[in-house]
Design a protein around this ligand. Structure first.
Ligand code: ADP
Ligand code: MG
Length: 696
C-alpha cells in the first residue's frame, strides 16, 4: 500500500522517465504531488448554448459530434510536418467548428453522436463560431462534471489532465489520515485533511474550495510557526539576568524633548521584559534569573527608536551589566555614537565605538576594556560579532535596522554568553529595532519568536513631507526650486537609482554602467546646472573613509547637494536637509521610496520629496501603470505601516523582502497579504502549543 511518502513512481502510469519530468516541478513523492495545488480554476460549469457564444470570450458548451473527424497533413512554416484535425459539433441552437493539432488519436474519441463538454476561447464569428484546441470531457447524461477545473503549474510533458488523474488516485493514500489534532480541527471549524485535499483539487463549488483552502493554509502557517519556534528555541532556552528596575527619571530628564506615548509604551514593555519574575531553574538565590527578553521594536522612520534603545541601555548599565548596539553600516554606527555619546557621558556610561576601520591598537584597547568590564556600552558594526569580542557581563544585545542582518547575525550577537559568579551561564536580553515598518502579518511571520512593540506615532511638531511625482517636463522647475531652497540655507539630496549591488541582482557590468551614469549626472549638476553650489557624490563602492568624509561634511552643512546612490537609505540624520529628489523613481519599490523620503523632514524646516520619472507624461495619471500607482500611494500616504501594506499587496512577500529571503517565505497555499486572520490565529496557537510543550 503506497503512503504519502512513497515515490510517485508507485502511481499507475508514472514511469521513471515521467518521474524525471515531475522532478522539474519539485515533485518527488506522492505527497509532493498532492501538495501541488492548483494555481487557479477554470469555471467550466456555466454552460452556454451555441447561439450565445461570443468570439473573444472563453466559454463552456455541451456539444454532440456531428460528423467524423477529418485529419489532414500540412507543413508548418518551419517546414515541420504537422497534422490538423477538424470536426464539427452541435447543440439544438447551432454548430461549432473545432480544430486540433497533431491529435490524430482523437478520431477514436470524438466519435459521431457522442457528447462532450468543450471549454475554450471562442473564435470565428457569431454566425459560425469556432474553437481551437478546446479542453474536452465526455458528457454522460445524469453524471455531473466538475464545474471548477483546476489549472496546475506545468512543465513540458506534463498536462493538467495528467496531474488531475494522478492526484485522484494518489488521494487514496490519505483516506482516514489526519495531520491535525481533533480538538484543533473542531475549535477552528476546519475540514478534515482528506476532504480538504480532495476539494482543493476537485471542488464542487467556490465556497467548498475556500473552506478547503483555509484548512490547508491554516496547517501550513501553523507548521511554519512551530518550525520557526523550534528553530529558535535553542537560543531562547538560556536564561538572562533579571534586572531590577532602576529609576529612569534622571535619564528622561536629561533628554531635550519629552517622549511620545508610543515611545514610553515601548520602553515600558522593554523594562517589563528585563525585570519580570519568570521562574527559571536557578542554582542559588543570590542572583535571580529570568527569561531573556526577545523583543522587536517596530516604528516608522523618524519615530525615535534610537532613544528607546538608549533607555534600555541605561537600565541595563544601571544594573552593572554591559550593552551592545549593532548597526549595518559604519556611517550609522558613527552617527549613533556621536549622538549618544554626550547623553551617555552625562550618566557616566563608558561608551565605545568598534567598526571595521577602528585602528588595530585602539581596537585592542577596546577589546581589553570590554573584557574587563570597563566599557559599559559598545556601538558597532558586524565587527561586534567577531569571536574576539568578549563581554565581561553582557546584559543586553541590540540590533538596529534589523532587515539588513540575517537572523543568524542577530542570534550571534545575543548568543554572547557569560558565566556569572555562581557559575551560571547567562545570555543577554535581546532587542531588535526594525528599519522599515512592515505589515503586521509579515512581522508575525518573520519574527514569530519575538514580542513586538510598535511605535505608531511621530514626535510632535513633525511636518508632513510634501511629495510630488513629476515627469521630465518639470525638470527645470525642480532645479529652480532646489536653488531656492539652498539659497534659504537648506540642503538637498538627489538620489540616483540603484548603482548598489547588495542584492547581487546586477551584473558587474550593469553596476559599473549605473555608477558611471550617476557620476556623469553629478558632473553635469556641478558644472552646468548648479555651478555655484557645493555638490558631492557618494556611492556604495567608495572607500568607507572617503564616503564618511563626505557624509560628515554634509552633516556639518558644508555641502549643498548630496548626490548619492541608495547608500543614504539607511539611517542618516541631517535635520537641515529639506529636499529629497529621487531620479528614476520608477525603479524603486514603495518601502524604499518611503525610507528615502524619511531622510528629510527631520528638523523644523518644511520639507519636500520629488519623485522624478520618465514614466510620467505631463501630469501624474490615474492609470494602472504600477509605477504611477506607487507614486500616487507615496503622494497620498505618510504612514510607513500603510505604505508597507500596499507594498506587500502589490508585490507579494517574495519580492517584498528581496531574493535572499524568498526561500524562507514561499508558501504553497497561504497568502501572507490576504490571510491576515489565519496568520494571527496560528501564531497564537503555536504560542499555546509551545508553552504547553515546554511545561511538560
Ligand atoms: P528612527 O526611529 O528612524 O531611528 P531616530 O531615533 O533617529 O528615528 O529619531 C529621529 C529624530 O527624532 C532624532 O533626531 C531624535 O533626536 C528625534 N526624536 C526622537 N524622539 C523624539 C521626541 N519624543 N520628541 C522630539 N524629537 C524626538
Ligand atoms: Mg534609527
Amino acid at each position: 500500500m503506497p503512503t504519502p511518502q512513497s515515490p510517485i513512481t508507485v502511481l499507475y502510469g508514472v514511469s521513471e522517465q515521467r518521474a524525471k519530468l515531475f522532478e522539474k516541478l519539485d515533485i518527488y513523492t506522492v505527497d509532493d504531488l498532492v501538495r501541488h495545488y492548483p494555481r487557479g480554476y477554470e469555471n467550466r460549469g456555466e454552460i452556454k448554448k451555441v447561439c450565445e457564444l461570443t468570439p473573444g470570450f472563453t466559454s463552456s458548451c455541451i456539444l454532440e459530434i456531428s460528423s467524423p473527424l477529418k485529419s489532414t497533413r500540412i507543413s508548418s512554416k518551419a517546414g515541420r510536418k504537422m497534422t490538423v484535425q477538424k470536426v464539427t459539433a452541435h447543440d439544438e441552437t447551432g454548430s461549432v467548428l473545432l480544430t486540433f493539432f497533431n491529435q490524430e488519436f482523437l478520431k477514436n474519441t470524438l466519435v459521431t453522436g457522442r457528447k462532450f463538454r468543450f471549454y475554450g476561447q471562442v473564435t470565428g464569428t457569431f454566425l459560425s463560431p469556432q474553437m481551437t484546441s478546446p479542453a474536452y470531457e465526455p458528457y454522460i447524461e445524469g453524471k455531473e462534471l466538475d464545474s471548477l477545473v483546476p489549472i496546475y503549474p506545468l512543465t513540458s510533458g506534463i498536462s493538467c489532465k495528467m496531474i488531475s488523474r494522478l492526484v485522484k488516485s494518489a488521494l487514496d493514500c490519505y483516506f482516514g489520515v489526519e495531520s491535525l489534532p481533533k480538538d484543533i480541527i473542531e475549535k477552528y471549524g476546519l475540514m478534515s485533511l482528506y476532504d480538504a485535499l480532495y476539494t482543493i483539487h476537485f471542488p464542487s463549488d467556490g465556497e467548498k474550495m475556500k473552506a478547503a483552502r483555509k484548512r490547508l493554509a491554516f496547517e501550513e502557517l501553523l507548521n511554519f510557526q512551530l518550525r520557526l519556534r523550534s528553530l529558535k528555541d535553542r537560543n531562547r532556552k538560556g536564561k538572562a539576568i533579571k534586572l531590577y528596575r532602576p529609576d529612569m527619571q534622571p535619564f528622561f530628564d536629561s533628554l531635550s524633548f519629552g517622549l511620545t506615548d508610543a515611545q514610553k509604551n515601548s520602553i515600558e514593555n522593554i523594562l517589563y521584559d528585563m525585570t519580570r519574575s519568570e521562574t527559571v531553574q536557578q542554582a542559588s538565590d543570590t542572583v535571580l534569573y529570568t527569561q531573556p527578553m526577545r523583543r522587536l521594536v517596530q516604528g516608522d522612520v523618524g519615530s525615535g527608536k534610537t532613544i528607546v534603545a538608549a533607555s534600555a541601555v541605561y537600565a541595563c548599565v544601571r544594573n552593572g551589566l554591559q550593552a551592545s548596539l549593532m548597526v549595518p553600516t559604519e556611517i550609522l554606527a558613527e552617527q549613533h555614537y556621536a549622538s549618544l555619546l554626550p547623553l551617555m557621558e552625562e550618566h557616566r556610561i563608558a561608551t565605545a565605538l568598534l567598526t571595521g576601520s577602528t585602528k588595530a591598537a585602539h581596537k585592542r584597547n577596546i577589546l581589553e576594556a570590554l573584557k574587563e568590564g570597563k566599557i559599559d556600552f559598545i556601538i558597532g558594526t558586524h565587527a561586534l560579532i567577531e569571536d574576539n569580542v568578549i563581554f565581561k557581563n553582557p546584559g543586553l544585545a541590540i540590533t538596529d535596522e534589523q532587515h539588513r542582518f540575517g537572523v543568524k547575525q542577530r542570534e550571534k550577537l545575543s548568543g554572547k554568553t557569560a558565566v556569572s559568579e555562581d557559575g551560571e551561564e547567562t545570555v543577554p536580553h535581546m532587542l531588535v529595532m526594525s528599519a522599515t515598518p512592515i505589515p503586521r502579518t509579515l512581522a508575525l511571520i518573520l519574527y514569530g519568536d519575538l514580542d513586538i512593540s510598535i511605535i505608531d506615532e511621530l514626535p510632535p511638531g513633525r511636518q508632513k513631507v510634501d511629495t510630488f511625482a513629476v515627469g521630465e517636463s518639470m525638470r527645470q522647475r525642480i532645479y529652480k526650486f532646489t536653488e531656492k531652497l539652498v539659497s534659504e540655507g537648506r540642503q538637498c539630496y538627489i538620489v540616483c537609482p540603484l548603482a548598489e549591488n547588495t542584492d547581487g541582482i546586477l551584473t558587474d557590468e550593469e553596476y559599473e554602467n549605473g555608477l558611471k551614469s550617476a557620476a556623469e549626472y553629478c558632473e553635469k549638476l556641478k558644472t552646468e546646472i548648479f555651478p555655484k553650489l557645493k555638490i558631492e557624490f557618494v556611492h556604495g563602492k567608495m572607500k568607507p573613509a572617503a564616503k564618511d568624509k563626505i557624509m560628515k561634511s554634509f552633516s556639518a552643512g558644508e555641502i549643498d547637494i548630496l548626490v548619492s546612490t541608495t547608500v543614504i537609505e539607511v539611517g542618516v540624520n541631517v535635520p537641515n536637509a529639506a529636499l529629497m529628489v529621487i531620479e528614476n523613481a520608477e525603479r524603486f519599490g514603495l518601502s524604499q521610496l518611503h525610507q528615502l523620503r524619511g531622510r528629510v523632514g527631520r528638523g523644523k524646516h518644511k520639507s519636500y520629496c520629488v519623485l522624478m520619472s520618465p514614466v510620467i507624461k505631463g501630469q501624474l495619471a490615474d492609470g494602472n501603470n504600477p509605477s504611477e500607482k506607487r507614486f500616487k500611494i507615496m503622494c497620498e500616504n505618510e504612514s510607513g505601516f500603510k505604505i508597507s501594506q500596499y507594498d506587500l499587496e502589490m508585490r507579494g512577500p517574495g519580492d517584498f523582502f528581496g531574493r535572499r529571503q524568498h526561500g524562507e517565505l514561499s508558501f504553497k497555499i497561504a497568502d501572507l497579504a490576504a490571510d491576515m486572520t489565519l496568520v494571527e490565529e496560528t501564531k497564537k496557537l503555536a504560542d499555546e502549543i509551545t508553552k504547553s510543550k515546554n511545561k511538560a
